[in-house]
Design a protein around this ligand. Structure first.
Ligand code: PBG
Length: 327
């Protein structure tokens, strides 16, 4: 016998593109992706975001066009972030019926119908003059329970405007329950909740804070977002959100937390989303601009890795571009 030859040859299945395609364990489809979009009050032309080349703060009109393009490309959903013209201590713009998110979502709900899922980020940091995700006590601490009432009101305003899914991102304790009960009381029992259940206090949000103009004016978010050192804590957060009524859960950021995505996927039976955040986008763009990485391959590899780790849904600024490339 010719013992010098390998019996098993895993390379057989890697030999041609068709074999590799047939045997791929993980796939990425347009419908798996959600596009985050920024809309700014009071502008008529989209404005570039320097730390996120290719991403813009939309005007109401340009948002409609870009959302239509995303839906046409088959993107599964869009998530809308608002940048108000005026900010105050309580984030009044966040739940005003004529607040930027509400009017923009009203446009999109009318334009898009059921062609893609309209999600809204429910938080206060974009709307407060201090840039924190909650109301502050006189001594400058975040007042968790007072903030819950604001979140409840924001969620109802967003649902009234036409959002199908509300995604609370502030990491206040009890936020899902507060939002669920407010939505139900307002007759929005069919509006679902995507919990940002696992959200780390991450440096990777840096460019987003330019995009949404929401950097905290003092302090940081470490009193409510999670310590990157922790993993078990993420499961605790996920189970709490599910008990409180979350329909889906999210892990954020994605790339540096793929172990957490996998643990969450293995622990729950609801859809799991992961958010490839602004800093992940910026890193790829910066390296590609320098000719240090192959941009297209890096984008695809980063996204398939998030799916392989177990995410059913991937939030990514690349959603429309990749959906088009996938055809
Ligand atoms: C909070 C929120 C943030 C992001 C999404 N929702 C910023 C933060 O928590 O500081 C970050 C998204 C990204 O970096 O792409 N409203």
């Amino acid at each position: 016998m010719s013992a010098q030859f390998p019996v098993a040859r895993p390379r057989r299945l890697r030999r041609t593109p068709a074999l590799r395609r047939l045997t791929a364990e993980t796939r990425l489809a347009p419908a798996d992706m959600v596009l985050p979009m920024f809309v700014k009050e009071g502008i008529t032309e989209p404005q570039p975001i320097p730390s996120m080349p290719g991403v813009v703060q939309h005007s109401r009109e340009s948002l409609r066009k870009a959302a239509h393009e995303a839906a046409e490309a088959g993107v599964g959903g869009i998530i809308v972030f608002g940048v108000p013209a005026v900010k105050d201590a309580v984030g009044s713009g966040a739940d005003a019926p004529d607040g930027i998110v509400q009017v923009a979502v009203g446009d999109l709900a009318a334009d898009l119908g059921d062609s893609t899922v309209i999600i809204t980020d429910a938080c206060l940091d974009e709307f407060t003059d201090h840039g924190h995700c909650g109301l502050l006590t006189p001594s400058g601490e975040i007042d968790n329970d007072a903030t819950l009432e604001r979140y409840a009101s924001i969620a109802v305003a967003q649902a009234d405007a036409g959002a199908a899914v509300i995604a609370p991102s502030g990491m206040m304790d009890g936020q899902v329950e507060a939002i669920r009960s407010a939505l139900d009381s307002a007759g929005h029992e069919q509006v679902s909740i995507l919990g940002y259940s696992v959200k780390y206090a991450s440096a990777y949000y840096g460019p987003f804070r330019d995009a949404a103009e929401c950097a905290p004016q003092f302090g940081d978010r470490a009193s409510h977002q999670q310590d990157p050192a922790n993993a078990d804590e993420s499961l605790r957060e996920v189970f709490l959100d599910l008990d409180e009524g979350a329909d889906m859960v999210m892990v954020k950021p994605a790339g540096a937390y793929l172990d957490i995505v996998r643990r969450v996927r293995d622990a729950v039976d609801v859809p799991v989303a992961a958010y490839q955040v602004s800093g992940e986008y910026a890193m790829i763009e910066a390296a590609a601009a320098n000719g240090w990485l192959d941009r297209d391959r890096t984008i695809m590899e980063s996204l398939i890795a998030i799916r392989r780790a177990g995410a059913d849904i991937v939030l990514t600024y690349y959603a429309t571009e990749v959906a088009r490339a996938l055809g």
